[in-house]
Design a protein around this ligand. Structure first.
Ligand SMILES: O=C(O)/C=C/C(=O)CC(=O)CC(=O)O
Ligand SMILES: [Ca+2]
Ligand SMILES: [Mg+2]
Length: 427
């Protein structure tokens, strides 16, 4: 397998990028939108070790040029719109500038000072202007667990599930960047002992450990993306928490699916890891039976070995508790199959569209991606590390997702995707 861009044995003159456990070695180079200090104007950077490299400065200096100005901008969309060849050229050039043997930036003290901002100082923004957000449901384990809890334990997986990547149309307007507080939603819920619903603050607030991919090209209405070309439409990936109000969901979801239960916030990580950086971690996906219909068939390896974790920091103030360790490779339906299915009707996609993987639960103990599954809908609360327990998320709790691909001596990481829950708006 060929690696495009920085090679596994490359090192950077940014020393912190060479440590074995940084998420941001020279092999990663994820893109984000940042302000060098709170209040300063947003621009595009890449994470490298403990620093953010300001691409707008490199562009202004003429050290990085994509044929037009794209980095002095508050979203990645203009850069993404340039297309795959431009992403690859830029990635190659940035890696070269950061490589230990390359003096252009390494030995220019003044420029280095301007370009490299300590990541502790920066403020991160939503990296992409997101025209549309779709959330898939591609983990067989998750779909089975939720089927048992919400419907029929004996027929947990609905018959359509094995035939196509099921999804719902999410809400792009409430996608927020990591660090943004999440207000507990109000809504309707049906209590077991009552005839009619009550209105009030959600009592069963949950996380969903997911990843998302960012669409890198626009398609015309009426033109499906074939499965074997689908991955060319992917710019990069993020961590994603599809916050879910389980009590609102249980009451509203029949027959049209989740609505208010999942529209109030979806948190993504600030760094978009280029799809090319994940190439060395490609693995086979779980085998599919029955064989998918022709438009969903694919050859080659379509899963990625990405270790994922979810943590809860309780409002009581003690240490984080590990909720889940899972892996992106468990997903039954691939990104290519998701995109092919999404567009097979003629539905178009746009640059910056966000596609969630669906909650990633695995087959192993401790690999469940939501509290709904971990606590069996709150019936068996989880013990917290410092004492106390949780059925669902309480006000003041913070949820943090993290994840990485383990290379030989380096990690291609996704950083953190965090959000702290605030009390509901008072009625
Ligand atoms: O099975 C259901 O009725 C609902 C499932 C979900 O809430 C999950 C959803 O948002 C899709 C996913 O994350 O896999
Ligand atoms: Ca979801
Ligand atoms: Mg959501």
């Amino acid at each position: 397998m060929t690696t495009i861009g920085p090679q596994p044995d490359w090192r950077s003159w940014v020393e912190s990028a060479n440590s074995a456990d940084t998420h941001f070695p020279i092999q990663n180079l994820p893109y984000g939108v940042f302000s060098p200090e709170p209040g300063a104007s947003p621009r595009i950077g890449v994470a490298i070790g403990d620093f953010v490299l300001d691409l707008s400065e490199l562009e202004a200096e003429g050290l990085l040029w994509c044929g037009k100005k794209v980095f002095d901008h508050s979203t990645l969309n203009p850069f993404i719109t340039l297309g795959r060849a431009a992403w690859r050229d830029a990635r190659q050039r940035i890696a070269q500038l950061l490589r230990d043997s390359e003096p252009a930036l390494r030995d220019n003290v003044m420029l280095r000072e301007r370009c490299l901002v300590p990541s502790t100082r920066v403020q991160m923004h939503l990296p992409v202007q997101i025209p549309g957000y779709t959330d898939f449901y591609s983990s067989k384990e998750h779909a089975t667990n939720v089927g048992k809890l919400f419907r029929d334990p004996d027929n947990a997986l609905l018959p359509n599930w094995l035939e196509m990547p099921i999804a719902y149309n999410g809400r792009a307007s409430s996608v927020v960047v990591s660090g943004t507080p999440v207000q507990r939603p109000n809504g309707q819920m049906k209590l077991p002992d009552q005839q009619r619903p009550v209105f009030g603050a959600c009592r069963k607030l949950d996380l969903e450990l997911e990843m998302g991919f960012i669409v890198g090209a626009q398609t015309p209405l009426g033109t499906p993306i074939p499965c074997d070309q689908a991955q060319e439409y992917v710019f990069g990936m993020v961590l994603l928490n599809d916050w879910s109000a389980r009590d609102l969901q249980a009451w509203e979801y029949v027959p049209l699916g989740p609505f208010n239960a999942k529209t109030f916030a979806t948190t993504i990580s600030p760094w978009v890891v280029p799809f090319d950086a994940l190439e060395p971690f490609r693995v086979a996906q779980p085998s599919q039976s029955p064989e998918p219909l022709a438009y969903l068939q694919q050859t080659g390896e379509h899963a990625f070995d990405i270790h994922l974790e979810a943590w809860l920091r309780p409002h009581e103030g003690h240490d984080e508790t590990l909720l889940c360790q899972t892996n992106f490779r468990y997903l039954y339906w691939s990104i290519a199959q998701q995109l092919a299915h999404h567009t097979v009707s003629g539905c178009n996609v746009r640059v910056g569209d966000l596609m969630g993987s669906g909650t990633i639960s695995g087959p192993e103990p401790g690999s469940l991606g939501s509290l709904l599954e971990i606590t069996l809908n709150g019936r068996e609360p989880l013990a917290l590390k410092g004492g106390g327990q949780r059925g669902f998320i309480e006000d003041g709790d913070a949820i943090r997702l993290t994840g990485w691909c383990q290379g030989e001596g380096y990690r291609v990481g996704f950083g953190n995707c965090e959000g702290k829950v605030l009390a509901a708006r008072s009625l």
